[in-house]
Design a protein around this ligand. Structure first.
Ligand SMILES: O=P(O)(O)OC[C@@H](O)[C@@H](O)c1c[nH]c2ccccc12
Length: 261
């Protein structure tokens, strides 16, 4: 459970000489009835971890594709509570670690302590809360630490070295390296300083470093993962699921299987 389950999954990828692939999906896009099937599909495609987004009305870090998916999910009545119930019902079939990505507001509304306890009960292994400042992580970690749930930290290409060091010291599960300045979504080219940025994080970090934001095809995934432990792909996965292009998604997810470490 929790951190350890995430660590084990990365270890397995490493032992196989592969790179990690973490797909992001929006809970409730396509209806909550589709959630279990989508998670099991991604699990079968070899996802290292699944990042599951909770729809929110004011998603400040999300680009257009994920915003639209969030709107669709909210329109069909998806709530944090319903997503947690849904996870509870599928927990015996889900082997792949699950990380919930939610803004802090829905957690406040739910009740922080109740939220973390429920996450633990339904088998959530980690959390990404992009608008929770590192300095205020205590409001979550005072509950997650005891339960072994990982609070995934993000560092960006503009983070200072002092801050990177501080964040990495506390980071657990994996380190989320944000590869662009801006919001989520496909980019035709990635940041020119991406390679030194990832190399520096790899040197500093005791846990896997994963790159996310703007990666949308095989070549980008392979190029980027040469300098880190794998990639997180959101908008493209959301698009392919919405358009029901399962074969393309499978193909994209297989892109890191033959990469040499
Ligand atoms: O969509 P992209 O560009 O592939 O990026 C991943 C991203 O979608 C996912 O990790 C994510 C979705 N919403 C977020 C908000 C903050 C940080 C990360 C995320």
């Amino acid at each position: 459970m929790g951190k350890q389950k995430i660590e084990r999954s990365f270890k397995l990828v490493e032992e196989r000489g592969q790179k990690a692939f973490v797909p992001y999906i929006m809970a409730g896009d396509g209806g909550l009835d589709a959630l279990k099937e989508r998670i099991l599909f991604l699990q079968d495609c070899g996802a290292t971890v699944i990042e599951l987004g909770i729809p929110f009305s004011d998603p400040v870090a999300d680009g257009p594709v994920i915003q639209e998916a969030g709107k669709r999910a909210l329109a069909n009545g998806t709530t944090l509570e319903l997503v947690l119930n849904c996870l509870d019902m599928m927990k015996n079939e889900v082997i792949v670690p699950i990380i919930l990505m939610t803004y802090i507001n829905p957690i406040y509304a739910y009740g922080i302590k109740e939220f973390v306890e429920q996450c633990n009960k339904v088998g959530v292994d980690g959390l990404i809360i992009p608008d929770l400042p590192f300095e205020q992580r205590n409001i979550i970690t005072s509950y997650t630490n005891d339960l072994g749930i990982a609070l995934i930290q993000l560092v960006s290409i503009t983070t200072t070295i002092e801050r990177k060091r501080k964040i990495i010291e506390e980071a657990e599960g994996f380190l989320y390296a944000v590869t662009v300045t801006g919001i989520t979504g496909a980019r035709s080219s990635l940041h020119k300083n991406l390679t030194p940025f990832l190399q520096e994080l790899k040197e500093l970090s005791h846990i896997p470093v994963l790159a996310g934001f703007g990666i949308s095809n095989k070549n980008q995934a392979q190029d980027v993962s040469e300098n880190c432990d794998g990639v997180i792909v959101g908008s493209e996965v959301v698009r392919l699921l919405h358009e029901n292009k399962r074969a393309d998604l499978k193909e994209l997810m297989s892109s890191l299987k033959n990469v040499e470490c």
